[in-house]
Ligand binder design. Structure first.
Ligand code: 5GP
Length: 190
């Protein structure tokens, strides 16, 4: 069987990445989501094993020691997030295109590992002001976390040019069609 490839979606929180990913999964049955491990607590509606593997800090550290992660990062006041090798490799071997919803530095690391076998897309909000409004409207963060996320977003935006393609999410549908076209092109190249 032909091995699959990796699709990395990156966007500062609130730039619309989760909705993009949802649409992609509706449109392409050959996609599988890479479920990351994290030490942050689940948000309302999040399901263990579907959105994340929610694990303790001790469990996370053990996985680091055992080399289970393709990459991992620590942020937002000490919370860790990591891509499990097992999640990605099994799915690739089964011929699936594996979608990673991770942050900038992890994405750059994964792109380095997979090279042409990975497509890295950076979804950019039209401006930081719009991003702030979207995060406030979502209402999932307290004031301090919101501030941290915005600071992080500002930093993340400086890495955009390291990605295969940058897509501005002003109008969702327009941006989604750009993402979709990039994915189709990538799927059709060897
Ligand atoms: P959230 O807490 O909103 O689910 O995620 C916060 C950030 O962590 C998002 O930018 C998300 O893409 C990123 N993230 C999720 N999983 C991973 C991972 O496995 N590795 C890295 N580096 N970032 C991740």
């Amino acid at each position: 069987m032909k091995e699959g490839k990796v699709i990395i979606l990156v966007a500062p929180s609130g730039a619309g990445k989760t909705s993009m990913a949802r649409r992609l999964f509706q449109d392409f049955e050959q996609l599988k989501f890479s479920v990351s491990a994290t030490t942050r607590p689940p948000r309302e509606g999040e399901v263990e094993g579907k959105h994340y593997h929610f694990i303790s800090d001790n469990q996370f550290n053990q996985k680091i020691e055992e080399g289970d992660f393709l990459e991992w990062e620590e942020f937002y006041g000490g919370k860790k997030y990591g891509t499990l090798r097992s999640e990605v490799d099994i799915k690739l071997k089964s011929g699936y295109f594996v979608v990673l919803d991770i942050e900038v530095k992890g994405a750059i690391n994964v792109k380095q590992v997979y090279g042409d076998k990975a497509l890295s897309l950076f979804i950019k909000p039209p401006s930081l002001e719009v991003l702030k409004e979207r995060l406030e409207a979502r209402g999932t963060e307290d004031k301090e976390t919101l501030k941290l996320r915005l600071e992080r977003a500002k930093e993340e935006l400086t890495y955009a040019d390291r990605f295969d393609q940058v897509i501005i999410n002003d109008d969702f549908e327009t941006a989604y069609q750009e993402v979709r076209a990039a994915v189709v092109r990538f799927m059709n190249t060897n």
